[in-house]
Design a protein around this ligand. Structure first.
Ligand SMILES: *Cc1c(COP(=O)(O)O)cnc(C)c1O
Length: 376
């Protein structure tokens, strides 16, 4: 069996978890959480890094920090994970779904420009497969109206836009360390904050609406309830696991890149003969090897490919289902707009196995499995 994904344990994870326990403090903001915060701020230039229990949590914090109110419009790509939209729906926002680009699943900036109104309170972009959206164009549209841009950088660790780390460009960004991402802690996330004026309140929201962080720094003599919030901070056990992964980030990234490039190289001629499309990395973006996907010519071909691979014990999977066609959204405020690119990626995108422990034999099995299924 070749699974789609397999969580990777380097070894120091268990050592650091034991250290966290031995330190006598395994609740939030312990020794390893601080190490992770320092790592992200030093390596990616985030003004403030705050670990959360998930990317979903980080997005919910962002929505609270932006003071999203009932009826506010938030522009979000339809081809994304539920949490990107749900975090804003929890604040009462009206979601305005935008289509993808024609040739890659990132949000189409021209579509964003058409959808902006005086009610727009945020634009959320998703760097799909860790490949940067067209951030200069999106920032130009947003800045003209003073609208904050949030990056859903769940898949985008260690990836760059014109040399700038993803997660450092929007006012805030949300990362995920879910076991399906490049760097993992089981469940886990990060809110990066690039607008200094949001930092103080972010600490409060993350600590159940209390000024506990200020109290521990000795800035106030008692702590109490000062704002809304929730319990968004992870246990130091999670941070211990994460820190061990960050220490071997380059090892993990190099291996993932090797797998990604092997696929890309071997599928060039297949793409020419079958019309199957390969991932595109625009000139402004890097590729962090989060995902390798193919775009089939139609849904029947994708189903055939997934079934054929399954017969050989290879687990390839499709991805998001357009949120504008989801049961929840349809029952609420479906505005009837068609988003054809989003639907095409919903129907035709297929992701191939890609995980640290994949051997060259595994990689070759997937490659020949795909070729056998598509050349007939
Ligand atoms: C994985 C993912 C999320 C959710 O991350 P969690 O850490 O599981 O909450 C959100 N958005 C995108 C684009 C993702 O890929």
């Amino acid at each position: 069996m070749i699974p789609f994904n397999k969580p990777y344990l380097h070894g120091r994870e268990l050592v650091y978890i034991a250290q966290a326990v031995a330190s006598g403090k395994i609740s939030g903001d312990g020794m390893f959480t601080k190490k992770c915060h320092d790592y992200f701020e030093a390596n990616y230039g985030f003004k403030k890094a705050l670990l959360t229990t998930s990317c979903t949590d980080a997005l919910e914090m962002a929505a609270i920090l932006l003071n999203i109110q009932p009826g506010d419009e938030v522009i979000i790509p339809s081809f994304t994970f539920v949490s990107t939209a749900n975090a804003f729906v929890l604040r009462g926002a009206k979601i305005i779904f935008a289509d993808c680009c024609e040739d890659n699943p990132n949000i189409d900036p021209e579509e964003v420009e058409r959808l902006v109104t005086n009610q727009t309170k945020a634009i959320v972009v998703v760097h799909y497969a860790g490949v940067a959206c067209d951030m200069d164009r999106i920032n130009e549209i947003a800045q003209a109206k003073g609208i904050p841009v949030i990056e859903d950088a769940a898949q985008a660790i260690d990836s760059f836009y014109k040399g700038r780390p993803l997660g450092s460009i929007g006012v805030m960004a949300a990362f995920s360390f879910h076991e399906t991402k490049n760097i993992i802690s089981g469940e886990g996330g990060l809110l990066s904050i690039n607008d200094e004026s949001l930092i103080n309140r972010a600490e409060i929201i993350r600590e159940k609406g209390t000024n506990r962080s200020s109290f521990f720094r000795g800035e106030v003599d008692k702590y109490g309830w000062v704002d809304i919030g929730s319990s968004f901070l992870p246990s130091d056990i999670i941070a211990a696991y994460l820190y061990a992964q960050l220490e071997v980030k380059d090892l993990i990234q190099n291996k993932r890149m090797h797998i990604w490039k092997s696929y890309m190289h071997e599928f060039q001629s297949l793409s020419k003969t079958t019309g199957i499309k390969l991932p595109k990395t625009p000139a402004w973006a890097t590729n962090n090897a989060h995902m390798f996907y193919l775009i089939t010519n139609n849904i029947e071909q994708r189903t055939h490919l997934i079934d054929q691979l399954k017969n050989k014990g290879i687990n390839a999977v499709f991805h998001y289902q357009s949120l504008h066609k989801s049961p929840y959204f349809r029952s609420k405020n479906d505005d009837g707009r068609e988003l054809p690119n989003s639907d095409r990626f919903t129907n035709c995108l297929v992701r191939l196995p890609l995980y640290y422990e994949m051997s060259d034999t595994d990689i070759n099995s997937v490659i020949s499995g795909v070729q056998d299924a598509l050349i007939y």
